[in-house]
Structures are given as C-alpha cells and as structure tokens.
Design a binder for this molecule. Sequence first.
Ligand code: CA2
Length: 145
Amino acid sequence: MTSLLILNGPNLNLLGQRQPEIYGRTTLQDIENQCLALAVELSIDIEFRQSNSEGELIDIIHKSRNTHDGMILNAGAYTHTSVALMDAISSAEIPTIELHLSNIHAREDFRHTSYIARVAVGVICGFGAYGYQMAIKAILNHVDK
Ligand code: CA2
C-alpha cells in the first residue's frame, strides 16, 4: 500500500485560531481529518505530523526514507530560510511536493524565496486547505508513474 508523509512546520498548529484573513478558519485537525478521509477513499496510508522545531522536522524526514513513498511538506517559514531542511529532503531521496495554504508569490518578497522548491517535484500554493487534497493526488500520480 502506498504510504505518504504529510509534514507541517512551525506555527501551523495555530491554524483556524489566528489570522483567519490569511490562513482561513480551518484548523490543522480539520485538514488532517480531510486527508485521512481521502486516504480511505484512495486506499493509501497517511502519516500526518506537525512540529515547530527544525531539528524534529529533519529527524522525521530522515526516518521517512524507508517508510514512506512520498512527502507533502508545508515547511511554513522554514521554507524561506532552511538549507538544512533542503539537505534533509535531498538525503532522504523521497519525492516531495512543497505546499502552502497562501499564495506565497503574492505576499512579501522574503516569501518568494524557497529552498524547498529546489528539491521538490512541484509546488502547490494559494488554494488554502484544499491544496492538501490536490497535493495528495499529485504526489500519487507522480509516484505511480
Ligand atoms: O501559506 C502557507 O502555508 C505558509 O507556509 C504559512 C507560513 C508562512 O510563514 C509561509 O510563508 C507560508 C506561516 C504559518 C503560520 O500559520 C499561522 C496560522 C495561524 C496564525 C498564525 C500563523
């Protein structure tokens, strides 16, 4: 059975509780529930995780090497700063989709830079919580090729 890791970075645990004008009212728990429902429909396994710590995110990516077939990563603000996360994805050799709720290209200049995009199969941004459903289908299409 195909197994996917959906990994969420710093502050995404606050979704639905603050700044709803940018990130919407859907909580991370709502998103996890939606992803798990889609996983049942598609007969796949999903591990859904969140961490505020760069080191913990890197440890989770290292462990994904032999346990998951693909990864969907919303690295939050680490997207724009973390060479270490980029290196972890390269070393794990796991096909990865970079995901963002907001359209990072329509926001501040510092959000236009992504270290993750350099090692990702593709990038999805701007579609809110629905982007997670899009990313699941896109990564499955990629790993099934
Ligand atoms: O749009 C996205 O998904 C982001 O990854 C979200 C990050 C941001 O730094 C990226 O540039 C784009 C921020 C996540 C913070 O989430 C919050 C949610 C509610 C309240 C405050 C922060």
